[in-house]
Design a protein around this ligand. Structure first.
Ligand code: DX5
Ligand code: ZN
Length: 213
């Protein structure tokens, strides 16, 4: 059985507290918060005041996925808001090792996210400092996109890298996850699946979460 992280991006933002309560009462592992700045990705989602409101209603651990340039300017604020897992994009961090060490020093778990066009091989040096690697299975910026099949191979390559280097980071997959690809993703080696649109467009979100665990 795998772990599910529910992305609030596709929820109705007029009823965020209700979405949080649904996740609180579910078997999901965490609440996935997608922060977009309109610079690294062609969309803007939400920032600190909204995360603060989510945090007031969340009982699951919060896992933040930063699709923002210069993320290190704000690590302390994420910590103060109660974020437990903080994931930054490889493509936004020229000094990635330093970023990951800083996130850990602040007492959070550190994650690295990779765009679909970025190969797993770039992680060889930095992955020692990571508690999680997030493989994007769509181009970041929007919920509800179609899953990219190249993802399976990247998960397998990452599993191999983890084994060769005797490491214990978790493998998270994000984008286009649903009940037609979840089993194969776990079989390929994914530990955590992020799901947004699939959960929030379902008639029964709790059943949808169970269906991809
Ligand atoms: C996309 C975000 C995802 C998104 C996944 O840039 O990182 O977390 O919410 O959404 P679905 O599950 O709708 O593809
Ligand atoms: Zn995400």
């Amino acid at each position: 059985m795998g772990k599910v992280s529910v992305s609030l991006l596709s929820s109705d933002f007029g009823y965020l507290a209700d979405a949080c309560r649904m996740v609180n009462g579910s078997r999901a592992w965490s609440l996935h918060l997608d922060v977009m700045d309109g610079v690294f990705v062609p969309n803007i989602s939400y920032g600190f005041p909204v995360i603060e409101a989510i945090a007031r209603n969340a009982e699951k651990p919060m896992d933040a996925h930063l699709m923002t340039v210069e993320p290190s300017r704000y690590y302390q604020q994420y910590k103060d808001l109660g974020i437990e897992w903080l994931t930054v994009h490889y493509e936004t961090c020229p000094h990635l090792n330093r970023d990951l060490q800083e996130i850990r020093r602040l007492g959070m778990k550190a994650g690295i996210a990779l765009n679909p066009s970025t190969p797993v091989s770039v992680l060889e040096q930095a992955v020692h400092y990571a508690d999680l690697v997030l493989i994007m299975s769509v181009n970041p910026g929007f919920g509800g996109q179609v899953f990219l099949k190249e993802t399976y191979k990247k998960i397998q390559q990452l599993c191999l890298l983890r084994k060769e280097q005797h490491l214990g980071f978790m493998i998270q997959v994000d984008g286009g996850v649903n009940d037609t690809n979840s089993d194969e993703l776990y079989r390929a080696g994914a530990d955590i699946l992020v799901a947004g649109n699939y959960v929030f467009s379902a008639k029964e979100p709790l059943a949808a979460i169970n269906a991809i665990m």
